[in-house]
Design a binder for this molecule. Structure first.
Ligand code: GCV
Length: 719
């Protein structure tokens, strides 16, 4: 009896200890055994071991990833070879690898590698029966990236003869911004608390930090800020620098450089200065000393990311100086070390007549006044990461300062971590938008890709959606947004479809039904969310503070531009914000060609209609319907889309492991309920102005407007 119990306890223990395998922790790096017998046999034939040329922490990281990946995919041990032989995978920088190739055969040519340091090639070359696989680059980190590329191809069941790559990143800085506080609370974070355990760092190096770095490196993400832009000066003090040093040391082999968020008033808070005036000599000297100190801990420190004079953060304007004065002072401090300043353009103050215009008004006059090592980071749209925004006019207006794109991966305004929303189509919509910068055709992507000076960087940043939840992102599909951001940062020309497909194959499986079904769900998901939250160019109508759920009636906050009613301007005539010449004229911030597309309410792309026009409820839409009908249809279609998505997912019950299948099913249930909530609350409220009916053939709201208005969520996450 005792033996039996012991046996069942043991079995349970084994089950429990292996039951983490499909909880999402492994992200897209699962390396499961190839389930196609012929392909598996071919992989086993062609890959007999790994030969390492050279010795570098990034090459070691590449090796351990290859061993982990290949042994999983091929379900066999992969030896480290003492010398290359047929079937070997050779990894190393081209300088170190080539002599070994020549030893095998003097007829082998030196592999041609991309010039860019992080670029790489993966090539198969004939040699005896099973050939050789070469992963090489000019740099060790390029070799690591190439190794991840090969593993991606294998996880996606690519035949051996198609294993090839020749890649270089489009942008230099591919950066994640974590909005993580030193308390471990993550601002706008919906996936647990911060990954960084400041209390146990630097001595306890959680293996998870390495897994985080692996995931980033697999995408080519090469820079991170680990603290919130609403910054705490303490992070610049010795105890925290020691903790940061530990993180930077873990990240370095993975090609990731650490940046820090800097609180502008740090000299006052840390060293009792009377001022933080950027033109004050003492202040300048303080930042130089502080910067020198940081570089002692982190020799490859990237620089500072700064939010200044925005939402209560201190900045140069506190001393009647401008953003350039502030950024340049910090730029001078990091310049001797090769560092950069990333200065955010997310600013707004209540004096302007339209929040839309404020970043442009403050930054356009400063174009040309920033030091060479300053990059200005601009949010994708003029307001604040709304479900859909037109591109920020700064992208077409700034021509002498390098601009970095800022996307928000964490879903502050996109249903937080309970809605399935694949963001790649949204990112690409912005990157592909035409700016007519300097009067010439140029997309937003062209603007950020342009290298303004030989030493200037280009870049893109994403506000991270990562926390310490076992699956990293709260919603399993949040992983797809981390993935898509990284892949687009590397190659913005990849299609949303192909990125989704890559992610699905690696995250779930290669079954065509899985790939097609999930890809379809993902591709439609952003547009569906726009329909049930903010169709036809509505924006910023969510709950106060936590930004959870609809609150289009919101009108109680101290500043007008914090209130939803400021944004939608619904009245008995109609709805929308007039930003044409008869309104705030924000449209004048765009190039004439762009303005022309949007300035006439009859020809304006309807997805931006209410961003730029206050139109009557009877306004005739392109479909021939009235605006009210069209608005109603969009809200209803958004809910229908969600219901379809649920049905599609339920069809995968046999294709996806139960743990992840159920996780997503339950979240889709929440998403459907919340889509109905958004639809009903918004339509009932807007109806108080339009006085028009919700067509009788639609299911009618089952709650009153008063009910929706009475809902409170004091502890909604991420606030
Ligand atoms: C970090 C929005 C968010 C804030 C965030 C801010 C920013 O306003 O709600 O939480 O603060 O953007 O980007 O700085």
């Amino acid at each position: 009896m005792f033996k039996k119990t012991l046996l069942s306890v043991l079995i349970l223990f084994v089950l429990l200890s292996t039951s983490h395998s499909e909880d999402g922790y492994e992200l897209w790096l699962r390396y499961k055994k190839c389930d196609q017998p012929q392909l598996l046999a071919s992989y086993r034939n062609h890959f007999s071991g790994i030969f390492l040329a050279g010795n570098h922490p990034s090459i070691d990281a590449a090796f351990s990833e290859m061993v982990h990946g290949l042994s999983g995919i091929m379900d066999k041990n992969i030896p480290l070879l003492k010398s290359p032989q047929e079937g070997a995978i050779l990894i190393g920088t081209v300088t170190e690898l080539f002599p070994h190739l020549q030893k095998l055969s003097p007829s082998f040519k030196r592999p041609v590698v991309p010039q860019k340091k992080e670029g790489y090639v993966v090539v198969r070359i004939p040699y005896k029966q099973h050939g050789l696989t070469i992963i090489t680059s000019t740099s060790p980190v390029g070799v690591l990236y190439g190794s991840f590329h090969l593993l991606r191809l294998l996880q996606s069941q690519t035949p051996v003869e198609k294993l090839a790559a020749n890649e270089s990143p489009a942008l230099d800085l591919r950066m994640l911004n974590h909005w993580d506080n030193l308390t471990r609370h993550v601002e706008r974070g919906y996936a647990g608390i911060a990954l960084w355990n400041w209390h146990t760092l630097p001595d306890y190096k959680d293996p998870r930090y390495t897994d985080y770095a692996r995931a980033n490196a697999s995408l080519g993400i090469n820079a991170v800020t680990v603290t919130n832009v609403n910054a705490n000066a303490l992070v610049l003090t010795k105890p925290y620098l020691e903790k940061l040093q530990a993180l930077a040391d873990i990240f370095r082999p993975y090609g990731i450089r650490l940046f820090l968020t800097a609180r502008f008033s740090a000299p006052i808070e840390l060293d009792k200065f009377k001022t933080a005036d950027p033109l004050d000599e003492g202040v300048k000297a303080w930042w130089k000393r502080k910067t020198d100190e940081i570089y002692q801990y982190i020799p490859d420190f990237g620089g500072f990311l700064v939010k200044a004079n925005s939402e209560g953060q201190p900045g140069p304007q506190n001393y009647k100086r401008n953003h350039a004065d502030g950024a340049n002072m910090l730029a001078d401090a990091v310049a001797p070390h090769g560092g950069n300043i990333v200065w955010r353009a997310f600013v707004y103050n209540p004096e302007s007549d339209d929040r839309f215009k404020q970043a442009y008004e403050e930054f356009k006059p400063l174009d040309g006044q920033f030091r060479n090592n300053v990059l200005v980071q601009v949010k994708n749209g003029p307001i604040d990461f709304q479900p859909r925004e037109p591109f920020s006019p700064l992208f077409g207006a700034i021509s002498k300062t390098p601009l970095i794109m800022e996307f928000q991966i964490t879903q502050e305004y996109l249903g937080q971590a309970t809605h399935l929303v694949y963001q790649a189509p949204m990112f690409k919509e912005v990157l592909n938008a035409e700016t007519f910068s300097n009067g010439k055709p140029a997309t937003v992507l062209n603007v950020i890709e342009q290298r303004l000076r030989p030493d200037a960087l280009t870049g893109i940043a994403g506000v991270a959606n990562i926390g310490n939840d076992r699956n990293w992102t709260g919603h399993l599909f949040g992983q797809a947004n981390w993935y898509a951001f990284g892949r687009l940062a590397w190659n913005p020309n990849l299609s949303s479809e192909s990125i989704a497909e890559e992610w699905i194959r690696q995250t779930f499986n290669n079954h065509p039904v899985t790939v097609q079904t999930v890809q379809k769900m993902m591709m439609g998901s952003h547009e569906s969310l726009v329909r049930y939250m903010t169709p036809l160019g509505l924006a910023h109508i969510m709950g106060n503070g936590h930004h959870y759920g609809p609150l289009p009636w919101g009108n109680t906050l101290g500043r007008p531009d914090w209130n939803p009613v400021y944004y939608h301007r619904a009245d008995s005539f109609g709805i929308g914000f007039n930003r044409t010449a008869t309104g705030t004229n924000a449209l004048a911030q765009y190039a004439p060609e762009v303005r022309k597309q949007w300035e006439d309410s009859n020809s304006c792309d309807e997805k931006y209609l209410l961003w730029f026009h206050h139109v009557s409820w009877q306004h005739k839409m392109k479909s021939g319907k009235t605006l009210w009908q069209e608005l109603t249809d969009h809200y209803y279609q958004g809910v229908n889309d969600m219901r379809k998505m649920k049905v599609e997912w339920s069809g995968l019950v046999k294709k996806i492991d139960p743990e992840r299948f159920n996780h997503v099913s339950m979240l889709l249930g929440i998403q459907e309920k919340e889509a109905v909530w958004w639809r009903n609350a918004c339509l009932l409220y807007f109806q108080t102005f339009s006085k028009m009916p919700i067509p009788a053939h639609y299911e009618q709201p089952d709650q009153t407007l008063e009910y929706y208005k009475s809902l409170r969520f004091p502890y909604a996450p991420g606030n």
